[in-house]
Every structure is written in C-alpha cells, then in structure tokens.
Design a protein around this ligand. Structure first.
Ligand code: PXP
Length: 247
C-alpha cells in the first residue's frame, strides 16, 4: 500500500470566468471552500504577472479563509517573491511565464538559471514555504532542482496529456515512460514528487499509480466538468479514480 495521494484543486479558471465579465461571480473563494468540503487536500492558485485570472485579493482571501494548505504558483520575479513572503503560503510552486502563452506551456529551465534560482528560493524556504519547481520530466532539470535546494519538483504532465488527447498513442506511451523514470529519479535525488497539467479522468490513472508521486494538481478539467456535474461531484469522481489507480 502506497501513501495516500494528495489532490490539489486549482481554482484559476473560476477566476477566468469571473473576469470575463469583470464582476464578483463566480467567486474563486467559494469554489475553494467547496473543494475543501469535497476532500481536496490543498488549493492551488496561480497569481500571474498579468493577473488574467487570480487576483491579489483572491490570494489574500484564500490565505485568510482556507483550512487546507495553499499552493501559490508564481513566476520567479521580485514582485512575486515579495507577495509570497508577505503571505507565507504553505507551498510556492515556481513556474515559467510568458505573457503570450495561453497556459503554462513548458517547465522551468532550472539548469539554465541555477544560481539566480538558488538565491531566489532561499528566503522563501527560510520563511517556511515549501518550494516546488514545475519542470519537464528531464534529468538535467531534476538534478538542478535538487542542487538549488528545492523541496519538491512538480513534473509537467502536459506533453503526456496532449499526446493522449490527440490519439498519438506511441508518443503518449513514451511520455508516460519518461514521467515514470523521472519520478523515480527525482525521488532518488531526495525530492518530493508532484505532477500536474492537463490531467482528466482518462489521463490521471497511470500518473496516480506512480508510487513516487505524492500530489497531483488539477484545475481546468475539474472546473469544466463542474459545469455538468457540479464541483463537489467532479472532485469526488477524480478522488475515486485516483484512489482506484493507487490501489
Ligand atoms: N500544476 C501547475 C504547475 C500548473 O501551472 C497548472 C496550470 O496552472 C496545473 C498544475 C493545473 O493544470 P490544469 O489546469 O491543466 O489541470
């Protein structure tokens, strides 16, 4: 029996819908409280530099009102570091950000920026935040994440999910093999392993089954599915599938 896999629910896209009309509804905090009640082990929110979905006020509200841990996703910029140090969320996940991208397209190039990132994460870790780095399933990135002292790596599952969604089965299997190998490699390096991006009821089982993976962060699919079956039911079904895959 492996450890119970944690589910972090990403509420960014509740804010996307709210911001489409510029008002207060639907409220991401209300979604976070519902997710908590449905058994989410944590809430994830990405405060982007362009504030296209989650706002500064959302982060303040989440910090005040949540009883489960907040995982704050952010770019490695001075502005974001100051915000994280002010709020001291349970976890900070560093992600690459480009304004023109629709979503977080790749992992962070830790190996290329090792020195800067080591200095960047030190005060966050000293403030008590668990620092996670969102990376591609690539040994050079994992080694660099371990060297800079990150506690966690989150493996980007986007390439695996894209291949699955497009019916490119050989690519999908190759991506899954890469995730499998790199989850084990990251663990060997002493890193806690998380995974996420693009996961759905169909794509989650083999990732949930990886024994080294301790947490999945899932957003877009769950918020979309909530339109049809409600947020609580959409989360409960994800939980059920994750637990079944975990055995
Ligand atoms: N993990 C990280 C680091 C992310 O940036 C995102 C997307 O914001 C997710 C997980 C969740 O991805 P999705 O919304 O596709 O489930």
């Amino acid at each position: 029996m492996t450890d119970r896999l944690r589910l972090g629910v990403n509420i960014d896209h509740v804010a996307t819908v709210r911001n489409a009309r510029g008002g207060d509804v639907p409220c991401p905090l209300r979604a976070a409280r519902l997710a908590e009640a449905a058994g989410a082990d944590g809430i994830t929110a990405h405060l982007r530099e362009d504030r296209r979905h989650i706002s500064d006020a959302d982060i303040e509200g989440l910090m005040r009102q949540l009883s489960v841990p907040l995982n704050l996703e952010m770019a490695a910029t001075d502005e974001m570091q100051a915000i994280a140090l002010r709020h001291r969320p349970h976890a900070v996940c560093l992600v690459p950000e480009r304004r023109e991208e629709r979503t977080t397209e790749g992992g962070l190039e830790v190996a290329r920026e090792e020195n800067r990132l080591a200095h960047f994460i030190a005060p966050l870790a000293a403030a008590g935040c668990r620092v996670s780095i969102f990376i591609a399933a690539d040994p050079a990135q994992i080694e660099a994440a371990a060297r800079i002292g990150a506690a966690v790596v989150e493996l980007h599952t986007g390439a695996y999910c894209d291949a699955h969604d497009a019916g490119r089965w050989e690519d999908r299997d190759a991506e899954l093999a890469r995730l499998t190998g790199m989850a084990a490699f990251a663990r060997e390096k002493g890193l806690e392993v998380h995974a996420g991006h693009g996961l759905t009821y169909e794509t989650v089982p083999p990732v949930a089954a990886l024994p080294q993976v301790r947490e999945l962060n899932i957003g877009h699919f769950l918020i979309g599915e909530a339109i049809f079956r409600g947020l609580e039911a959409s989360i409960l079904e994800m939980r059920r599938i994750m637990d079944a895959a975990r055995g």
